[in-house]
Design a binder for this molecule. Structure first.
Ligand code: NCD
Length: 360
């Protein structure tokens, strides 16, 4: 199986071998940054962003330009695209496919990028679908650990902050299934990780206090509390500012800790951490360019991935079912989409758009 022509919707679309192939391709791109590469000359990337973005959109655009390709798109699609006139995601995707070779899309609805991909013959890359997944950030995160620590296996990772709505954490956990790491989830109870994102068979420790676990961590991956995803403003007010990593707190951490953050930060990392050599977050954002160069080159077939073992074919059974009840799910929001429920076991079904698990 090859990555050429494939959409990237969730991390479980990738096998362990494919993840490693993306990371080694990103390493090649990193070594050649600054050189003129014409791998994607004549190809066009369309960016369709329905939510704010700085790093993801600009690093994709930079990646495409560095590979010799061109970029079209909108950065505030909610008001500047025909979505403002009521156009569906499916129709938008069918239109863009005749204007571009690959589409990178961000949207507030969970599973929306899958809908675009279902209706479009070009590869569609998920740049964040609501509080669900953000797979290209995950590749950036893995690449950062590999470059800065030389390995991923054997590390103890503390995932801290908004684990309920933080899509970068959900995606990262999906990839960590393929690595031998210890994971501790650090969050107040109301922001702890939803069970649907815990990889099957993995034991994860939960705590609310970062101080308790910090001295043992190799990576502290902290996230912003995702204010815009709270159904109720008072719930956000109750948890905002829960964590603040500062120079004093880091005195108890390992000398080779990596402090990572997908950014943007609000107040969870003090500015006095920035000069510390353990602060990896700005480098992490910079690694987004070689990683996205690799992903674009692979899905457009400019770098070979034939022979890399793909994910094992779906052995899952499809269940006949009503529409997904999650009000944030594309199957609920986009009325023309077919329900897609998969059998987990005799008592549970999983939505193919948003991964919500239902008891039956
Ligand atoms: C993240 C996102 O959009 O999910 N940002 C990013 O892409 N680097 C994190 C966030 O918004 O908190």
């Amino acid at each position: 199986m090859s990555l050429e022509g494939r959409s990237l919707i969730r991390v479980s679309d990738f096998s362990a071998a494919e993840i490693r192939h993306v990371l080694s391709t990103a390493g090649m791109m990193q070594d050649r940054i600054g050189e003129r590469l014409d791998l994607l000359a004549g190809r066009i990337l369309a960016t369709a962003f329905f939510e704010p973005s700085t790093r993801t959109r600009l690093s994709f655009e930079s990646a495409m330009l560095r590979l010799g390709g061109g970029v079209i798109g909108f950065q505030d699609a909610r008001v500047s695209s025909s979505a403002a006139k009521g156009e569906t995601i499916a129709d938008m995707a069918r239109i863009i496919e005749s204007y571009a070779d690959v589409i990178v899309m961000r949207h507030p609805v969970e599973g929306s990028v899958k809908v675009a991909s279902d209706f479009c013959r070009r590869p569609v890359v998920n740049a964040g679908d609501g509080g669900h997944q953000h797979p290209t950030q995950t590749f950036t995160d893995l690449f950062t650990m590999q470059r800065e620590r030389g390995r991923i296996d054997g590390l103890h990772l503390g995932l801290c902050g908004d684990l309920r709505f933080g899509r970068t954490v959900h995606s990262l956990l999906g990839a960590l299934e393929h690595y031998d790491v210890k994971v501790t989830c650090i969050a107040p109870e109301s922001l702890q990780l939803p069970s649907r994102y815990i990889p099957a068979g993995r034991e994860i420790q939960l705590t609310a206090r970062v101080e308790d676990v910090l001295p043992d961590l190799d990576v502290l991956y902290i996230t912003r509390i995702q204010r815009e995803r709270f159904p109720d403003a008072s719930e956000y007010e109750a948890v905002k500012g829960t964590y603040r990593i500062d120079a004093k707190l880091l005195e108890s951490a390992k000398p080779d800790l990596l402090v990572m953050h997908p950014l943007p930060r609000v107040d969870e990392i003090a500015y006095n951490v920035d000069p510390d050599r353990r602060a990896a977050y700005f480098g992490q954002a910079a690694y987004g360019v070689p990683v996205r160069m690799a992903l674009l080159a692979l899905v457009l077939g400019a770098v070979d991935s034939t022979g890399v073992e793909g994910p094992s074919p779906e052995s899952q059974e499809r269940a006949s079912s009503p529409r997904c009840p999650n009000p944030d799910c594309a199957n609920c929001v986009e009325a023309y989409t077919e329900p897609e429920m998969w059998v987990v076991d005799a008592h549970r079904r999983r939505c193919g758009y948003c991964d919500l698990e239902l008891s039956v």
